[in-house]
Design a protein around this ligand. Sequence first.
Ligand SMILES: [Zn+2]
Ligand SMILES: [Zn+2]
Length: 285
Amino acid sequence: MTTFGWVSDTVLRLGAFTCVLVALIALEFWTPRRPLSMNRLQRWTTNLSIIALGSIVVRILAVVAGWIAVPLVAMTAAVYAETLQFGLLHQISLPSWGKILLAVIVLDFAVWLQHVVSHVWTPLWQLHKMHHADRDFDATTALRFHPIEIGLSMLYKVVWVMLLGLPAAGVLVFEVVLNATAMFNHSNWAMPLWLDRWVRILLVTPDMHRVHHSVHKDEHDTNFGFCLSVWDRMFRSYTAQPRDGHVGMTLGLVAYQNEQPAELAWSLTLPFKGRPVEASGSSSK
Ligand SMILES: [Zn+2]
Ligand SMILES: [Zn+2]
């Protein structure tokens, strides 16, 4: 745990997470984009249990890191790099705000890149597909990442933080912002279209990320961003709208168009099941 002023980073994370999730759920109830098709209570229980398990994995990594004196979580890595003056940013002079901004941008690119590789490399896809199996799309879908994927993501982030010498404050800002934007762009809020057009110039909007959850492979292999929308435009992996329309499109994976994705045990064991054709137009996954 790291303390900023009088408040710990855990309190900051939990506070931001709860406020954003409650606000988005209120918007989803008020103006939903699509009707939900699965049992909401079961699905929410599953998605919330998955994020709780992911948090436990990160906690275990932090405890093990303390035992073996090797940073295994991003925040500790930042403190470790600063103590050793290790990494690129410790060799150059930049104001603190500049380092924090750079950390947010660089880590967002790193997560975008990891997401692209997760769709291409089968072992990572086996983990990542649990996220895509959700047949509904709301703020809780953003919490639905396999705990092993959460652990691997953390180790991957540690490498970036160490090599670049990213500051702890930058890592914290990034993690809080990414968590909030991921819940936002998975939300079932019918955001006004004029607002979507403006916001997606900078950030990934729900209409932009919903394309990524299409059953059509050519659509689900686009729009990989979770925060900044620039990477998909820059690397030509951007799809503006789904061809079946936001209300008419089918979400999830072709092989799992049933009630199983709402079950916790089924979801957690999905990476270890066989590999049927999961996306329309897919033959390799
Ligand atoms: Zn994906
Ligand atoms: Zn998603």
